[in-house]
Design a binder for this molecule. Sequence first.
Ligand code: SF4
Length: 374
Amino acid sequence: MENKTALYIHIPFCKQKCLYCDFPSFAGKEALMMDYIKALCSEIKNKVKKEVSTIFIGGGTPTYLSLECLYELKNCLDGIKKTHDVEFTVEGNPESFSKEKLEVFKSMGVNRLSIGLQAWQNRLLKSIGRIHDLNSFTNSFKLSRDAGFKNINIDLMFGLPGQNIDDWKETLLNVAELNPEHISCYSLIVEEGTPFYGMSLKNKLDLPEEEIERQMYEYALIFLKKRGYEHYEISNFSKHGMESKHNMVYWSMDNYIGCGTGAHSFMNGIRYRNIEDIEKYIYMMNLKNSAVVEEYTNTDKDNMEEFMFMGLRKINGISKNEFKEKFNIDIHSVYGTVINKFLNNKLLLEDNERIYLSSRGIELSNQVMCEFIL
Ligand code: SF4
């Protein structure tokens, strides 16, 4: 059994909901912040018994927490054991960065920041419901560098309504000029239940055509490579050695503990899910010291499927030996037919050690991964 683990901490507060967002985050719940943080800290104390090798405070908008809440969280996190080389990330949105908050993060041991920019153009930011503008993003980036953060990710999105290929090129160029250590590029997915979903049903969402979206992704691959970024996961690019260790835990199916509303944990083959509602979370934590509402023991079949479709997200794919060690069976005995099909049509490639997506396979990754469901 592993003696270290990864820790995800969820902060469910946002100043305003973005029009595309289906994450468990809420606007207008600021009055609950301190009670939430107290409940969260007891969950962290209960659950984290091992040394942690990565911590990721995500959301929602962690940088939206008040200074008092951040100090409360710092006190709790100061008490947990961390490996000497822990990767400790905080996610944030530009409008809520401040020098004081960055100082608290530094004093907590945070050594990586992830800033949600999404697009360089103010008109696009507005049209997707972001509350920051370009100016507040450049300020937040500068504040972070001035505060001494040497590992920064910038989140970008493509396939946005009204976005053309020149907008995307301009975004990538300007972001690369800032020289962050890591860049994520996600395509917009119109999720059910979001305002964008309603707009798309009424044909009021001017999305770029699929072919344009494909060109945007392809451009990012070529451009970011030229600028010294390694493509290590379908949507993620980093300077050499600056991959997100925390996300690699998910893609490699290693153990992680999730704390906070809606957080998931995966420990020794068992999945746990916390309640999403903030009030109910606080109530459950106060009443019975647990907010878990679902527990599921993965079958071997689940584990194999997850190993494949999470692992294939990594550009170097999955290790055939690791599959054999984990499941005690040769990968070809389980997935021979589907692997051969995708090797024949060149969506997958195979060498002595690994199986991975080809360039075309990366573009059609959803199609490939679906077929690994047993
Ligand atoms: S800031 Fe992030 S979590 Fe909050 S509403 Fe926007 S996309 Fe969702």
